[in-house]
Design a binder for this molecule. Structure first.
Ligand code: AMP
Ligand code: ZN
Length: 462
């Protein structure tokens, strides 16, 4: 099985460092808000990796952290702590915020058939491990104390930038005017932060009350559960230039080598061709997709259509096609159930295995599945082979297709709904929002939801 390694920029044959078990660390969510569909794409990638390794016969020992403390507004050390900010805005304690959104995240991954890592490690339960790691850095002369924290001394690590290929000098040239005169190098980052009195989340340490930097969380928890050197470290591509470079700097500072052999990164999801952002109103959650009539697995299918190293552009028309394809796939598969013919599925299985083993080429593997279920005659052999493949896709293909497709309208119904949609658009144009809302409500009372997309309004059964 070959996997693409960001560190070496090549596809490499995977073999566990020890025994037959793949030891993996995944950077988990910062729990101050609901996961958006971009975040969830990255965890679907994590899950596909798990399932693909299992298909190829490897055991799994997988650790994912939950960042429930101390992750600032940007990856660099600036801005307010996101969890503290959410707590202030929602008038809750930071612990309540973290607890609430951790549960929401767990529920999301369950609904998406994302396998749970063997260890889920909350940062707040591992503060001592982080303090130990910081101590090691200080003892080895890799970190220094200032009036506001402990900083990693990046000048002691000339190899900094090995993952992204960005040289330290370039970083320095690009850095803004440094505001902290105690820092030795503008790219030095905090591994421990001395907490101001009013800071709610803080713990005792050899350097007084404080809290850990984000990057040290992952180094310390990875080390605790997986040791000095493990097989695979995963995250999103945004982790490459700062978070994972800093993790590598930390582990190299203590152990002399990066924490993992393979570094794998999931590409970003875009929405309507651009970045997701609150101000554009295009940051969707799984619940928001559900409100518009889409099942979590429709979204999973949508994600599986693109390779994890390709950008994926989310549109509602794309999600609509995914929903239809998944229903069709289930329907086609159901038609094989109980089929008495004998079919040799060996060549399909082999092709499927190869696609998955080629750096998780799931779009190609889906193509193999489609070719197989479209084939005649109807056969239980096909049905069983497809369910085997579904151990990787995780699409619950044995569920029966919906009784009534969401867009199963008669021509008369279509004409009527489309006239109402047009009337609503007119009303909106005339700023008659009450009328627009009335039309939407009337359709809703008949079990029809309207979805406003860039390409226009679409409708479906709720
Ligand atoms: P965070 O909770 O902000 O640390 O993000 C959780 C995960 O989502 C990280 O692995 C990020 O790399 C990933 N992520 C953030 N935005 C996107 C996006 N637009 N598309 C795909 N993954 C993303
Ligand atoms: Zn991390």
């Amino acid at each position: 099985m070959k996997l693409y390694n960001t560190l070496t920029r090549t596809k490499e044959e995977f073999a566990p460092l020890e025994g037959n078990t793949a030891r993996i660390y995944t950077c988990g969510p910062t729990v101050y808000n609901y996961a958006h569909i971009g975040n969830l794409r990255t965890y679907i990638f994590m899950d596909i990796l798990r399932r693909s390794l299992a298909l190829h016969g490897f055991g799994l020992y997988h650790v994912m952290n939950i960042t429930d403390v101390g992750h600032l507004v940007s990856d660099a050390d600036e801005g307010e702590d996101k969890i503290v900010k959410a707590a202030r805005e929602q008038k809750k304690s930071p612990w309540e915020i973290a607890e609430y959104y951790t549960k929401a995240f767990m529920r999301d991954i369950e609904r998406l058939n994302i396998g749970k890592p063997e260890v889920i490690a909350r940062a707040t339960e591992h503060i001592d491990d982080m303090i130990d790691f910081v101590k090691k850095l200080v003892e080895r002369g890799r970190a220094y104390e200032t009036s506001d924290g402990i900083y990693y001394d990046i000048s002691k690590f000339p190899e900094y930038g090995m993952l992204s290929g960005i040289k330290l000098e370039e970083q320095q040239a690009g850095a803004r005017v440094e505001v902290n005169p105690e820092k030795r190098h503008p790219a030095d980052f905090t591994v421990w932060i001395k907490a101001p009195k009013e800071h709610i989340m803080q713990w005792p340490s050899p350097w007084g009350m404080g809290y850990p930097g984000w990057h040290i969380e992952c180094s310390a928890m990875g080390y605790k559960y997986l040791g000095e050197y493990f097989d695979i470290h995963t995250g999103g591509v945004d982790h490459i230039p700062i978070h994972h470079e800093n993790e590598i700097a930390q582990t190299c500072g203590v152990f002399g080598h990066p924490a993992a052999k393979f570094w794998m990164h999931g590409e970003f999801m875009l929405v309507d061709g651009g970045k997701m952002s609150k101000s554009l109103g295009n940051v969707y959650t799984l619940d928001e997709l559900a409100e518009r009539g889409y099942e979590p697995l429709d979204f999973r299918y949508f994600c599986l259509n693109a390779h994890y190293r390709q950008k994926l552009n989310f549109t509602f028309s794309g999600l609509d096609s995914a929903k239809k394809s998944l229903a069709n796939l289930r329907g086609a598969l159901a038609s094989h159930k109980g089929g008495g013919a004998k079919v040799d599925t060996e060549s399909y299985i082999r092709e499927f295995y190869d696609a998955v083993g080629d750096d998780l080429n799931i779009p190609r593997a889906l193509g193999v599945l489609w070719n197989m279920v479209r084939s005649e005659p109807k056969s239980d052999d096909v049905y069983n082979a497809a369910l085997k493949m579904d151990k990787v896709f995780g699409l619950s293909l044995d569920e029966l297709p919906e009784e009534k497709p969401a867009d199963d309208f008669t021509p008369e119904e279509r004409a009527e709904i489309e006239a109402m949609v047009a009337a609503r658009a007119e009303a909106k144009k005339a700023k008659n929002y009450a009328e627009a809302d009335r039309i939407r409500a009337e359709l809703a009372s008949r079990g029809i939801v309207l979805i406003d997309t860039k390409e226009g309004t679409i409708y479906r059964r709720a």
